[in-house]
Design a protein around this ligand. Structure first.
Ligand code: MLT
Length: 429
């Protein structure tokens, strides 16, 4: 007999069916609760609420498990490439050699953006934050490809929008950096792979050849893989909610970019670097800042520690920490910020204050160190997160569309004024 829960309300019994996933996660299906009882549930921040069923990513916060389509993140980070992981997330299976070559070729063919996109760049102040430009220009793709707004796109038309977005986002992201620096824009090259092309567009100069270092290409692939999806996080839930209104892929991802920009979400990696730089500027005494973090009267908080879902450790942080050590050693970089980061990490892993509060390094803590080592400026860190998360956003939007999910429309509990009559302005006091 199917499992269920019984709700006793005002002396009446209601049955709530239990839904169980392939990893034996369980949920009460409350889809008919309000119709049957007049009650809704209340769960600020949705900490206990499943918004959907999804076959894309599984994570176990207690065990520190993260798998994309069943494949452990540790194996993908070690053995795969970002484009192969993107294909896996979006289409549900690891590609054959032919499928991967075709996917990569299609993306290469679409890396150019319309010349009118450059005109939009000219309208931004040079000091504009790259995330503001990125979200605007990704949404602008809806203007350049107006057919993308149709809710009745064929599979082929959706695939074309997917390819366009995967192809053009790196170009636009690199151009936000060049625009920020006042440098000439670099056009994508068809002879380079995805990560090499991005690095070329970011760091090449007309007057100075940029040597693409395979060790940096490898580190970038790993970083993007580690950020590629993370089930129903804030930005992904934003993409699904906006997409549930039959908004275009470009408009939905643009909304996700803005959600990711928040310092409590993807903006945290920029906050971590700025925190490390502040500690360095203050003399580098990490024990002073650890004491400040523990002082409830002090507003200072350690950024890049703890996680909403992972209760013991963020599996991505372990991989990124190893990669940070490897990249800095390979490039012969002795970054004082890494030493400060390692001292903070040591404290977080040994000091009972942090251990009891599960405040251990998360994915944002070390990613900034690597980005910095490969020459990416702090303001571009969240853009890098967005670039990595793109295939996840696409996969989740596609799954929501394919499953014909209803428009997202949560309820509320009203706590405002009771009914009252309008008062003309002369009679207000
Ligand atoms: C993410 O990867 O999106 C972040 O860890 C945040 C989250 O999952 O809630």
């Amino acid at each position: 007999m199917a499992e269920s829960a019984e709700l006793i309300l005002d002396g009446k019994s209601y049955t709530l069916p239990v839904v169980e996933g392939t990893e034996h996660e369980k949920a009460f299906d409350i889809g008919k609760l309000r119709d049957q009882t007049g009650y809704v549930t209340l769960d600020s921040g949705y900490k206990n609420t499943g918004a959907t069923k999804s076959a894309i990513t599984f994570l176990d916060g207690e065990e520190g498990i993260l798998r994309y389509r069943g494949y452990p993140i540790e194996q993908l980070a070690e053995k795969s490439s970002f484009l192969e992981v993107a294909y896996l997330l979006i289409y549900g299976a690891l590609p054959t050699q032919e499928q991967l070559e075709n996917f990569s070729h299609q993306i290469t063919k679409h890396t150019l953006v319309h010349e009118d996109v450059r005109k939009i760049f000219d309208g931004f102040p040079s000091a504009a934050h790259p995330m503001a430009i990125l979200s605007s220009l990704i949404c602008s793709l809806t203007a350049f490809y107006p057919e993308s707004v149709s809710p009745d796109l064929s599979k082929e038309e959706i695939d074309l929008n997917v390819i366009r977005l995967m192809a053009k986002m790196p170009t636009i992201a690199a151009w936000t950096y060049k625009n920020n620096m006042g440098h000439p824009l670099n056009y994508p090259r068809n002879d380079l792979d995805f990560c090499s092309n991005f690095l070329y567009m970011m760091f090449s100069f007309p007057t100075e050849k940029y040597d693409i270092d395979p060790r940096i290409v490898s580190a970038l692939n790993k970083l993007l893989i580690l950020h590629a999806d993370h089930e129903q996080n804030c930005s992904t839930s934003t993409v699904r909610l906006v997409g549930s209104a039959n908004a275009s892929l470009y408009g939905s991802v643009s909304a996700g970019i803005n959600a990711l920009w928040g310092p409590l979400h993807g903006g945290a990696n920029q906050e971590v670097l700025e925190m490390l730089q502040a500690i360095q500027a203050d003399g580098g005494d990490t024990s002073k800042f650890i004491a400040k973090a523990k002082d409830k009267n002090d507003s200072f908080r350690l950024m890049g520690f703890g996680h909403r879902v992972y209760k013991n450790f963020d599996p991505r942080a372990k991989i990124i920490k190893k990669a940070a050590d490897e990249v800095l050693a390979a490039l012969g970089i002795d970054d004082p910020l890494l030493k400060i980061a390692q001292e903070l990490e040591q404290a977080a892993l040994t000091d009972q204050y942090f251990v009891e509060r599960k405040l251990y390094p998360n994915v944002d803590f070390y990613s900034g160190i690597i980005y910095r080592a490969i020459g990416i400026p702090t303001e571009m860190f969240t853009v890098m997160f967005a670039l990595g998360r793109l295939p996840g956003w696409i996969a989740q939007w596609k799954e929501m569309r394919e499953n014909k999910e209803p428009i997202g429309r949560p309820r509320q509990i009203y706590t405002g004024e009771l009914e009252r009559d309008y008062v003309s302005i002369e009679n207000r006091k």
